[in-house]
Design a protein around this ligand. Structure first.
Ligand code: KPL
Length: 313
């Protein structure tokens, strides 16, 4: 009989599967899936460098069923930002006041939705630069080693709980550190996503192909000035020049990436635009300010980034 901790993972996309694989060495991982087969297990190929391993993990249903009703101790959430609230709500009868939840969503807004839904729970947000992709539904490729920062975003900010979360996540062997200023990290990541993702989706190009394109070149500076102002409203001081330099640095480092937004568009999926540039527009409305460059990008993605056929490029 083993007393390894049980970690439930909601959202078995590329990143969820990467963490599930890495954490499975020291923990009992349970994947929460919408559809499960009678074996109640999920198998996929995991490719790390040139090594392929077959991973088989137990799974439970992510919607309420009499069979899957045991309380959840630790929940890592990897759903798309727009699915997060509904997905966590579906598990509500399995969450106790001590269930700890770690949110790995892109953008901003889903974190606040969960802290409002569960004001008494220890809730953490993580920001990660780990790279993983899923070339097909049965294969997960670990594409690039990165770093992960995690920090508390709930009122239940208790240091032994935070140490526990850090130690659980560090058991993955991935590089994880605790960040008591996690909102600042999330805001910086949001600003970078606002300044890269919509352009790549509109121009249908890799990150590294943005600089030099008239749409990007004409708008990046005014957009960074708007992001400086919106961040100031949220007590984050980063000036527009620093932001623009950071965006260009990320573009260079991720030159070969197809951004998550363009991946969604190419795969015919809904994008996370409402939790990226859409979140900036929400702040604009709340503080009676306007961020016109951001708004034009938001409207253009809303109207023209309807899913299109994957050309395979
Ligand atoms: O986080 C990203 C994303 O694609 O969502 C960036 C930083 C733009 C890297 O591709």
């Amino acid at each position: 009989m083993t007393d390894k901790p049980i970690i439930h993972i909601l959202g078995a996309g590329a990143l969820g599967s990467l963490w599930a694989t890495k954490l499975s060495k020291d923990n009992r991982i349970v994947l929460l899936l919408k559809k499960i087969d009678e074996k109640r297990s999920h198998q996929f190929r995991f490719i790390d460098k040139n090594q392929t391993t077959t991973i088989t993990l137990p799974c439970e249903c992510s919607t309420p069923t009499p069979q899957d009703s045991r309380p959840i101790d630790t929940l890592l959430v990897f759903t798309k930002s727009y699915d997060t609230l509904n997905a966590v709500q579906q598990l509500r009868n399995r969450l106790t006041p001590s269930s700890r939840i770690v949110l790995f969503q892109n953008g901003m807004g889903s974190q606040q939705e969960i802290t409002q839904l569960l004001p008494g729970n220890p809730i953490y947000a993580a920001s990660t630069t780990e790279g993983a992709n899923r070339p097909d539904s049965q294969t997960v490729v670990y594409a690039g080693k990165g770093e992960t920062w995690v920090g508390s975003i709930s009122n239940q900010n208790n240091s032994s709980e935070s140490e526990k979360v850090l130690s659980l996540l560090s058991g993955s062997g991935l590089s994880v550190s605790y960040n008591s200023a996690i909102w600042e990290k999330l805001w910086l990541k949001l600003a970078i996503n606002c300044a890269i993702n919509p352009f790549t989706a509109l121009l249908n190009c890799k990150n590294g192909e943005l600089v030099g394109q008239p749409l990007f070149d004409a708008n990046i500076t005014p957009l960074c000035h708007e992001l400086e102002r919106v961040m100031k409203v949220n007590n984050i001081n980063k000036n527009a020049d620093e932001l623009e330099a950071l965006v260009k640095e990320v573009i260079e480092k991720t030159a070969n990436n197809v951004s998550s937004m363009l991946q969604d568009v190419r795969a015919g999926k809904q994008t996370e635009i409402e939790y990226i540039n859409g979140y900036i527009e929400l702040v604009a409305k709340n503080c009676d300010d306007t961020f016109p460059t951001n708004l034009v990008l938001l409207k253009r993605v809303r109207s023209s980034c309807k899913p299109h056929i994957n050309t395979g490029t």
